[in-house]
Design a protein around this ligand. Structure first.
Ligand code: SF4
Ligand code: SF4
Length: 488
């Protein structure tokens, strides 16, 4: 049973003053000195006590923190009774409660190091970089995460594990810059989380890393084995693309080192996923897939490039079109290999779309950013996700001082697909959830306005996944279900 010391609890949810409420469409009216209300969404028609009416009339139609509602109603009702009235109004459909902004973060992207040993053309962490200061710092000071900050991150996850379903301790993804430039703190965090979870009988946070692979060595491999660290390598496929887009800080080709790292991990039986960035010079995804196959890698996720040096690599409309067709090619390749019973490189973009279609999950958000997921910078600040690191408008809290519930609530509302005008009429709304907030922000300087090019690509990927699912399932149900089960 969860037994982490209570005194250490910094930031548990359920503190009612942080809850938010908004008024739902309704009609309030009086007849012969009595008040009545009709709630449109629930169809509830009832007589309402005076205090319920007075409270309801003070609640705006946008989510508002309990403490603000209390401020406006303090002269008529005490806070203890106010929460009961709000509960009644919520039960009858006059108001909607909201608590996503109060939930503890369960997945932390830790910036182990904001230094990097590569100088990628499209580095989105390259804000303010120069020839002497390569990317990875996101405009923040270049520094290594300290042991103390690592310990606090583990404590945070363990302290809040009792609030998650099944007592899960959540997870840590080591990120950067290049996280292996701070292997000492990585090792410390892995050992500390092991020790603490044993000591208090809590589950251990799951660990993973996103690395460029250059510093993969025997020591890292033994840490991966000992602590079950999941490995994702950022690698663009063919030598030509990798060396052009991802040179070392000294301007040298990086392909040989990454190829060696992939080989070493493979020799030790460590399964990896490749995260391949797609720019305007590698929209032929099958070329990347064939190359990965030749290296013995069978899992890839493609991500569209974004970064400060847009001109050199940005995808134009015709590149996006080519990319949509390229995903079709990958879909055909995976379908054919499945029919032939042969191994194939699993494209996570398509598999996760297939799994989502199968599970009929309805999404209101593109991802968990700011809700279950946040990034932790070396200075202790939480941003909604790693891609917003260094951007003050997207800081939602601090590991020492807790969450800024007001700001987090505001951002979560903007991230909800209901706040995206473009999504209202889109057939993919329930499947998409509103597109990556960073990509939206980069394209339109607002997280609530979807990136049009990414929308088209996303819808195209969904159609490819639908066709694949139908064909594979028709051919072999067992294989289809295995693919769905293994997709993440
Ligand atoms: S594809 Fe674009 S418009 Fe459609 S739901 Fe997603 S973000 Fe909204
Ligand atoms: S905002 Fe974009 S980059 Fe950040 S977690 Fe969501 S999908 Fe990923």
């Amino acid at each position: 049973m969860f037994a982490y010391p209570k005194a250490m609890i910094m930031d548990l949810p359920g503190e009612k003053r942080h809850l938010a409420f908004k008024a739902l469409p309704h009609e309030l009216f009086s007849k012969e000195g009595r008040w009545y209300g009709y709630a449109v969404s629930s169809g509830e028609a009832c007589e309402l006590p005076d205090e319920h009416c007075r409270v309801l009339s003070q609640i705006p139609s946008t989510f508002t923190l309990f403490e603000d509602i209390h401020r406006h109603t303090a002269d008529m009702i005490a806070s203890r009774e106010l929460i009961d009235v709000l509960q009644d109004l919520a039960d009858t459909g006059f108001v909607k409660p909201f608590d996503k902004h109060t939930r503890p973060i369960s997945s932390i992207n830790i910036f182990l190091s904001t230094y990097c040993n590569l100088n990628c053309a499209y580095c989105y962490g390259g804000e303010g970089r120069s020839d002497s200061v390569p990317g990875g710092s996101y405009g923040m000071q270049q520094e290594q995460l300290s042991r103390e900050m690592g310990r606090k991150a583990v404590d945070y996850l363990l302290k809040t594990s009792g609030t998650r379903e099944g007592g899960s301790a959540g997870g840590i993804n080591f990120f950067g810059g290049e996280p292996l430039m701070n292997m000492e703190v990585l090792e410390y965090i892995a050992e500390y989380s092991e020790e603490q979870s044993c000591k208090y009988g809590t589950p251990k946070p799951s660990l993973s890393i996103t690395t460029n692979g250059l510093l993969v060595d025997e020591k890292f491999i033994s840490l991966c084995k000992q602590h079950h660290i999941g490995v994702q390598i950022s690698f663009d496929g063919t030598p030509e693309v990798q060396n052009t887009m991802r040179p070392t800080t000294g301007g040298l080709p990086s392909y040989p080192a990454v190829e060696k790292a992939i080989g070493l991990l493979g020799e030790h039986g460590i399964r990896i996923r490749i995260r391949a960035t797609v720019s305007n010079c590698n929209t032929d995804l099958m070329q990347s897939i064939r190359h990965l196959e030749s290296l013995g890698v069978y899992d890839v996720h493609f991500a569209v490039a974004s970064g400060h040096d847009q001109e050199r690599f940005a995808l134009a409309d015709h590149d996006f079109k080519a990319l949509g067709s390229a995903f079709d090619d990958v879909g055909r390749y995976m379908t054919e290999r499945t029919r032939e019973g042969k191994p194939f490189v699993r494209c996570n973009n398509l598999l996760s779309a297939m799994a989502q279609l199968h599970r009929r999950n309805s999404k209101n958000f593109a991802c968990g950013a700011g809700i279950g997921l946040a990034s932790l910078s070396p200075d202790g600040s939480f941003h909604i996700c790693h891609r917003f690191a260094g951007m003050d408008d997207f800081v939602i809290g601090h590991i020492d001082h807790g969450m800024d519930y007001r700001k987090r609530l505001k951002l979560i509302e903007q991230m909800h697909s209901d706040s995206h005008e473009e999504c209202r009429e889109c057939w993919a709304k329930e499947l998409c959830g509103g597109e990556c907030h960073y990509s939206n922000h980069e394209a339109n300087q607002r997280i609530s306005v979807p990136n049009r090019q990414m929308c088209d690509l996303h819808r195209s990927i969904l159609k490819t996944a639908m066709a694949m699912a139908a064909e594979i399932r028709q051919h072999d149900e067992e294989t289809y279900f295995r693919m769905i089960d293994n997709a993440m």
